[in-house]
Structure formats: structure tokens, C-alpha cells
Design a protein around this ligand. Structure first.
Ligand code: ADP
Ligand code: MG
Length: 446
């Protein structure tokens, strides 16, 4: 029966295939199965709600052109969410709190008490990711799922992850939150494999409400574990449980299976960057206050100018100063700070790098004029090149946004931030742009 009726569906798929990229087709349309098809109703099986949403947003109208409509000119599309792969008898939820306790996982990571949202200082490089984290913590499973946070070492990814954990524990006491590093997940799995108790582990993970996974890059080249992780991941997402993942790279740059990468891109991918000078000053002041260390604005600024690789190093500097000032019982001045911290100070980053050199490099790669980049033309090619130059300035030069923006013919810092966000997002999927930016950067380093 289905065979005959399948024809319009096959035609639809052929049509859709021409309308989207092959990756898009593989990720979103190929996994959909036709269950039934008649004049009144089409029933589709989808692996999860994201595929359903994607389909409704992008292909609902198209499909209706391929199926006969009823007398009202309407046709209805029903969705069934597929059961997770290996179908097991449903495991009852732990009925009493004691059962839940028995399932306590030895690899559970205690949340660092300091890593709260209150202690997280915001600035242009992390505002977006911070509000995404806050959104997820306020409405777990209902906003972005998964939330994927990526960025370099010591920039606050773990801090945000634990921040989500603290917030949920404080506001939704019944939620089962589990925070784990990827290494710990693998070790947990190895233990359960040895003890032939993998089912118990699955039950534990699948009964969680929120899974926070730190440093997913360690899943790379761990093929067997990747599959199990992916299954857990899908099981949770399909039942609207929240997942948050951190990584040192965006999903597309991780050496993981396409399936895993696609899953991680389902929700929101957010980047955390190095805080700009002003935010670094605020972080130093905040950390100093926490340690009861008196530090003038000028000294905080002096340190922030000289430590610009990551926040962990800023923290190291404060710890050192705090120990010193306790020992010496002396008020800190600039000379003392210089001698205590001299080995931590880094040479000014990219000494010669200026907005002007970025403008020149972008202009040559994107074949536009420098004056266009500073101007107001909205011509597509020029606007894109200008946004790339803004993006690179923010990424590569640690001046305030205001100062950077003023080098673009007096634009505002919010224009620059908007450009940075847009290009960051675009870079996740646009390979040509990735290549162009790589070339621009290489020219700058030459
Ligand atoms: P990552 O996981 O990205 O390597 P962490 O989350 O471990 O980095 O952060 C390193 C240290 O820097 C932590 O002590 C954290 O509290 C601090 N830190 C990072 N970003 C911020 C921020 N925006 N505000 C306050 N502290 C921060
Ligand atoms: Mg970390």
C-alpha cells in the first residue's frame, strides 16, 4: 500500500534535495521516514523534535504541494517521534528518593562554589554566551538544546557550565543535574563495561534532567565511547532534557563523526572570547575584592594591559599579589606590582597589528577599497568585507570596542559587536568565508 502512495513523497524528496545543500539534506531530511500517506493526512516519523521543527519551518509548504489536499484545501501533516535506537523495556523512574540515591554516580563533579553567574563578569566577548547560559538555566530543555559553548583555554567555559548547574540547583530543587567531564564519562563507561553494568549506567544518565558535559574535545578519537555518548545525548534531547556542552573548538572543527557533530549543532553554538581590556580590568577588580585585596583602578588597568591571554592568568596574578600583600603587610604600588608579576607579563600582543593593517589585508582579499571599509556603502560585498574587518579587529586587537569602532570611520561599538556576532555565526557553516579569513590572517602575520 505504502509503495503506491510513496511516490509523491519520493518526488518531494527529490525536489527538496535540489533546494538544499547535501549536508542539510543528510542532517534534516534523510532521517525522516514516511509512515503513512493518504488524502487526509501524511504521517512522518522524525528522530527528534528538532527535525520536526526544521521540517515545519522550511518544508511544510513545499510538501503540501505534493500531496492531495482535502475539500478545504488543507492537508495535515502528523509527526511521530522515533523511539531511541536500541529499544529497551522502558525503565521506570526511581520511585523513591532512596533509589535515586543508590544511583549516585561516583564521577559526579562537585560544582565549584566560585563558579556562579554572579561571579561571572560580562563584557562584549562573553555577553552573548552568558545570556544563552542564563536562558538555559532559567528554562532548561525549553530554550536552546543543546547549548554548545566553545572558546580557548581559561576563558570561563567551565565557570559558565557550573554557573548553570548552581542556578538550576538553587531554583529547581527537584531537577536532577549531573555535571561531568568527558574524561569522567569515558571512565564511568569503562567501569560499567568491566562490571557488565552498562544498562545501569544508561538508566542513570537517561533519568537525568540536565546533563552538563565539560571538554567534549576529549571524545575525539574515542570511537566506541562516542557512539554511546551520542545515544545518551539523543535519548536526553528527545525527551526534552537539557544538555550543555563545552569544548575548545566549535563542533565543525572537532574530529568526531558527522552524526555527533550534527547533533551538537542542533541547538545553539556560542563562542566565548578573550575579554577586552575594560572587562579584564573589571575581572581583576572583582577577583581582588573577593580576596579582600585593595587594588586601585590604575593598578588593575596596568595588570590588564599586560596579561591578555586568558582569565586564569589574571587570576594567578591576583593570587600572587594577595599572598604578597598579606606577607608584607604593605599597600601595593605599581613598582611592586611590576616586580611581583614581571614573569607573568606578556609582551604586548601582536605589536604591530593595527586596525589599519587589518583593513588593508581585508581589502586585498575581498577586493574592495580601504575607503569602502570605512565608509557606509551597503553593497553586499562591501558590507561583508567591512564586517569581516570588524570581526578580525575585535578578535585580534585587545583595544576597547569603542576605540576599534572609531577606526571604521566613526562607527559605534554596537555596530562592531553586531558585525562580530554575525561573522562568528556565519563562520560556523560557511567554508568559503573560513578560507577567506584564514588567508587574511596569514597575510597579516606575514
Ligand atoms: P575554561 O573552562 O574556559 O578553560 P574556566 O572556566 O576554568 O576556563 O576559567 C578559568 C578561570 O577564570 C576560572 O577561575 C574562572 O572563574 C575565571 N573566569 C573566566 N572568565 C571569567 C569571567 N568572565 N568573569 C570572572 N571570572 C572568569
Ligand atoms: Mg574548562
Amino acid at each position: 500500500m505504502l509503495c503506491e502512495l510513496e511516490e509523491p513523497w519520493t518526488q518531494f524528496l527529490e525536489f527538496a534535495q535540489q533546494k538544499c545543500s547535501s549536508a542539510e539534506f543528510q542532517n534534516w531530511l534523510a532521517p525522516i521516514k514516511l509512515l503513512s500517506f493518504d488524502e487526509k493526512e501524511v504521517t512522518l516519523e522524525v528522530p527528534n523534535i528538532f527535525v520536526r521543527e526544521y521540517f515545519l519551518d522550511n518544508f511544510k509548504e513545499v510538501l503540501t504541494n505534493f500531496i492531495p489536499s482535502d475539500s478545504n484545501g488543507e492537508s495535515s501533516i502528523q509527526f511521530v517521534i522515533a523511539e531511541p535506537e536500541k529499544k529497551k523495556a522502558p525503565t521506570p523512574l526511581p520511585s523513591t528518593p532512596t533509589t535515586a540515591k543508590q544511583q549516585t554516580n561516583p564521577y559526579l563533579i562537585a560544582l565549584n562554589q566560585q563558579y556562579t553567574f554572579e561571579n561571572y563578569i560580562e563584557g562584549p566577548s562573553n555577553q552573548f554566551v552568558k545570556s544563552a547560559a542564563f536562558g538555559v538555566a532559567s528554562r532548561p530543555g525549553k530554550s536552546y538544546n543543546p547549548l554548545f559553548i566553545h572558546g580557548g583555554v581559561g576563558l570561563g567555559k567551565t565557570h559558565l557550565l557550573h554557573g548553570i548547574g548552581h542556578f538550576i540547583k538553587g531554583h529547581k530543587k527537584k531537577c536532577r543535574v549531573h555535571c561531568i567531564t568527558t574524561e569522567a564519562f569515558i571512565n564511568d563507561l569503562v567501569d560499567h563495561l568491566k562490571n557488565k553494568s552498562v544498562d545501569r549506567m544508561k538508566r542513570f544518565y537517561r533519568n537525568l534532567d540536565i546533563l552538563l558535559v565539560d571538554d567534549i574535545q576529549f571524545l575525539q578519537s574515542r570511537l566506541n565511547f562516542e557512539e554511546e555518548f551520542c545515544n545518551t545525548f539523543e535519548a536526553l534531547i528527545n525527551s526534552n532534557k537539557q544538555i550543555v556542552i563545552t569544548s575548545d573548538k566549535p563542533p565543525s572543527q572537532l574530529k568526531l563523526s558527522e552524526r555527533m557533530i550534527a547533533r551538537m549543532e542542533w541547538g545553539l553554538v556560542a563562542h566565548v572570547g578573550m575579554p577586552d581590556l575594560e572587562t579584564r580590568v573589571a575581572i581583576i577588580q572583582h577577583k581582588a575584592r573577593q580576596k579582600n585585596l585593595e587594588l586601585s583602578y590604575d593598578i588593575a588597568f596596568y595588570i590588564a594591559e599586560r596579561i591578555h591571554n586568558n582569565v586564569r592568568q589574571l587570576e594567578g596574578a591576583i593570587n600572587r599579589l594577595s599572598a604578597f600583600s598579606r606577607l608584607m603587610d604593605a599597600e601595593l604600588n605599581e613598582d611592586m606590582v611590576r616586580s611581583i608579576l614581571s614573569e607573568l607579563f606578556q609582551p604586548p600582543s601582536q605589536k604591530k597589528l593595527s586596525v589599519d593593517s587589518i583593513l588593508k589585508s581585508v581589502a586585498s582579499v575581498f577586493e574592495v577599497r580601504v575607503s569602502d571599509l570605512k565608509g557606509d556603502s551597503r553593497l553586499k560585498e562591501i558590507a561583508l568585507a567591512r564586517q569581516v574587518a570588524m570581526y578580525l579587529s575585535k578578535e585580534m586587537i585587545s583595544d576597547s570596542l569603542m576605540k576599534l569602532a572609531s577606526s571604521f570611520g566613526g562607527k559605534t561599538h554596537s555596530t562592531l559587536l553586531h558585525a562580530w556576532k554575525k561573522i562568528s555565526k556565519e563562520l560556523q557553516s560557511n567554508e568559503i568565508l573560513q578560507r577567506q579569513i584564514e588567508i587574511t590572517k596569514r597575510n597579516l602575520e606575514a
